[in-house]
Design a protein around this ligand. Structure first.
Ligand code: MG
Length: 289
């Protein structure tokens, strides 16, 4: 594994944009050379252009969108607190619901999502959109839990894969997809847990690291298997056994990160009111698949 100094080209943090209320869910949109992210409490999706270095509102009235990802067939998909759904998002703001129910009842408020190389979408479903003022609409937890689900886009099956977390939040696969990592953001410090993947299910999990200060919210895994996680005061880089390799201070509470930019090595950081960038030489494991 290369030394982290090789992965972190420049540990300085640049603020690219500010003025949001609660920033989350970053995703790189290569067609537009834009970084899109959710301003959850502003109920909009914002876009920062790498060409103009300006920000525009990409989606207004976004139904409290949260996490985003790109599928291998080029679709932009997102979590909607307001619609309690996973949905496709077109670049003109049009949405199509992929899944909003498990059995006959509604999901809670999907928070973050990833695609497996088999095309299934794995997502977390804590209750923040039902309970946190300004992050959705008050409502009931209808299936009686807060799970991680696997959604099969071909068959439509929704399967609960992780059921032992209080508030499942960020998630990512290891580079070979043999391990699913999930953050539990219920209390501080909070764990990132690892679950061995067995087909479309997972084995019982283990704690990789208790992240502090604050909580682990969103995170990504790079091609070397390192975990780039949010925390209250920094982006923290962990090796797969949980050892802290590096810490890059950020002036606001970090909610999530994603790799992007022209060659995929810029780490974009959503943190409360702002969007930041850290130059690295690392790439997202999922993007390399
Ligand atoms: Mg989150």
């Amino acid at each position: 594994m290369p030394l982290l100094q090789d992965a972190l080209q420049d540990a300085s943090v640049e603020r690219l944009a500010t003025g949001a209320t609660w920033s989350e869910g970053p995703v790189w949109v290569p067609e537009l050379d834009e970084l899109w992210w959710s301003d959850i409490k502003g109920n909009r999706v914002l876009a920062w252009s790498a060409r103009s270095e300006q920000v525009r509102v990409a989606v207004d009235g976004a139904e409290y969108a949260n996490g985003h990802t790109r599928t291998r067939d080029g679709r932009l998909v997102q979590c909607s607190h307001g619609r309690r759904a996973i949905e496709e998002l077109d670049l003109d703001g049009t949405t199509r619901t992929l899944v909003d129910r498990v059995g006959d009842v509604r999901l809670n408020s999907p928070n973050d999502l990833i695609e497996h190389s088999d095309g299934s979408i794995w997502f977390t479903d804590p209750n923040y959109g039902l309970t946190s003022p300004g992050e959705g609409y008050p409502g009931e937890e209808e299936y009686g839990g807060r799970y991680v689900f696997r959604f099969d886009r071909v068959t439509g099956e929704v399967r609960a894969v992780v059921t032992d977390l209080d508030q499942p939040n960020g998630l990512a696969f290891s580079p070979d997809e043999s391990v699913l990592y999930v953050a539990d953001s219920a209390r501080s410090p909070g764990p990132i847990r690892a679950y061995d993947v067995r087909g479309d299910e997972v084995a019982p999990g283990r704690v990789v690291r208790m992240v502090e200060p604050g909580i682990p919210d969103g995170f990504r895994v790079d091609t070397e298997g390192r975990i780039w996680t949010s925390s209250a005061d920094s982006v923290q880089v962990l090796d797969p056994d949980g050892t802290l390799l590096a810490r890059v201070p950020v002036p606001e509470t970090v909610s999530n990160v994603c790799f992007g930019g022209p060659d995929g090595t810029d780490l974009f950081v959503t943190a409360t009111t702002s969007l930041y960038r850290i130059r690295t030489q690392a790439r997202d494991a999922a993007a390399a698949g």
